[in-house]
Design a protein around this ligand. Structure first.
Ligand code: FES
Ligand code: FES
Length: 157
């Protein structure tokens, strides 16, 4: 039996609350209860990174996180990266590097990259490669994605 419970948390900088079923994942809560389609369901097993979000500043696979565990947390999704009417510099780097093809993996890649890119820290290409190991892309061959994240970190790729 699935019970309902109210959760309240910060979502992309706004305080929100919803009544959710205790059986739902964080990914389902974001997709269904908040109409946020950026984080995607692909493997559903923590293997592909398509559902990557940030919770309290740490990247998480939303497919593996219970919805009730969002309660009281600070949650960021790719939708929160918009700055006014424009793209975040990291998203710009993806566009400029040609790192987006079908785009299915892109929100998860961008959120994982956001986690890796700490202010003031430049990442080497190897650090970017290691940091994105949990994110799968079936289209790009990864090179352009890595170029984008290296460029966003301020290193020449
Ligand atoms: S859908 Fe969550 S890791 Fe693949
Ligand atoms: S751009 Fe298609 S899966 Fe990565």
């Amino acid at each position: 039996m699935s019970l309902k419970v109210e959760i309240a948390f910060k979502l992309n900088g706004r305080s929100v609350a919803r009544e959710i079923l205790t059986s739902t994942s964080s990914l389902q809560v974001l997709n269904r209860d908040f109409d946020l389609a950026g984080a995607k369901l692909a493997c559903g097993e923590g293997e592909c990174g398509a559902c990557t979000i940030m919770v309290d500043g740490v990247s998480r696979n939303a497919c593996l996180m219970a919805g009730v565990d969002l309660d009281g947390r600070d949650v960021e999704t790719v939708e929160g990266l918009w700055e006014g009417n424009g793209l975040d510099p990291l998203q710009e780097a993806f566009v400029n590097s040609g790192a987006v093809q079908c785009g299915f993996c892109t929100p998860g890649m961008v959120m994982q990259a956001k986690y890796l890119l700490k202010p003031g820290k430049k990442l080497s290409r190897d650090e970017v490669i290691r940091g994105l190991e949990g994110n799968v892309c079936r289209c790009t061959g990864y090179h352009k994605i890595i170029d984008a994240v290296v460029a966003a970190s301020g290193e020449a790729s």
